[in-house]
Design a binder for this molecule. Structure first.
Ligand code: CTP
Ligand code: MG
Length: 235
């Protein structure tokens, strides 16, 4: 079974507010996208990576990835121009995945400290027969629903936060994105993850324990936390 990873890096990082696209922002001197790619490489289970990049920044991303050609050397790397939503970027990446790949991971460059063992665990769960696999973590804050303008308490004990990498049977992910492409893909209505697109097709999604270190860098505070964690644990 050949394994490909789509590494989503085509976002601009509005909430981070940096001059660079978020995936190129340095963490410990290394771009976020390269940290994430190292995690994929270190798992030892990924054969090729398609990085989705903002239009016009192929050169900068190619340079970033070659900073660590040795460690990434076991994987074939290609770049694909992303779309206006994460969903559209994943679809663009998926279009570049060769036909002989039957297991696809979708992973955010914005999760630079994702442990390699989590990547391997997601792949193992797909190989074990689960066609859509997500890492999840408990929700720690109290949760309310404000949809109607009123505040409605929600039982958090059955809620989970969803991380990446998510792992899929390739045929299922292809079908999920093909179906989703017929719906609106603007940044407000597009899906924020891929397993939810599979669930819309009626597929069963399997959850495995996620990892605290797989948190997503969204705000400057997240980046500061990642810098702190990185300085505590030498790479
Ligand atoms: N992403 C992408 N293409 C897009 C939007 C997002 O590939 N059009 C990727 C991002 O690069 C990121 C991941 O999807 O790795 C998760 O998205 P998010 O954290 O929202 O990143 P940004 O969209 O860059 O940030 P913001 O929403 O603050 O602008
Ligand atoms: Mg975004």
């Amino acid at each position: 079974m050949r394994v490909a990873a789509i590494l989503t890096a085509a976002g601009s990082g509005t909430r981070l507010g940096h001059d660079l696209p978020k995936a190129l922002v340095p963490l410990g001197g290394v771009p976020l996208v390269l940290h994430a790619a190292r995690g994929l490489a270190d798992s030892g289970v990924v054969d090729l990576v398609v990085v989705t990049v903002p239009r016009g920044s192929d050169g900068a991303f190619a340079t970033a990835m070659t900073q660590d050609a040795g460690r990434l050397g076991g994987m074939t790397l290609t770049l694909a121009v992303g779309g206006t939503s994460r969903q559209a970027s994943v679809a663009a990446g998926l279009a570049e995945v060769p036909a002989d790949v039957d297991l696809v991971l979708v992973h955010d460059a914005a999760r630079p400290l994702t442990p390699a063992r989590l990547v391997a665990e997601v792949v193992a769960a797909v190989r074990a027969g689960h066609r859509a696999v997500i890492p999840v973590v408990p929700v720690t804050d109290s949760v309310v629903d404000v949809a109607d303008g009123d505040v409605r308490p929600v039982d958090r004990s059955t809620l989970r936060g969803v991380q990446t990498p998510q792992g899929f049977d390739r045929a299922l992910l292809d079908r999920a994105h093909a179906a989703a492409a017929h719906r609106a893909t603007d940044e407000h209505s597009a899906a924020t993850d891929d397993a939810s697109l599979c669930a819309l097709l009626g597929a069963v999604v399997h959850a495995i324990p996620g990892a605290d270190d797989a948190f997503k860098i969204t705000t400057p505070r997240d980046l500061a936390l990642a810098e702190m964690l990185l300085s505590e644990v030498p790479a």
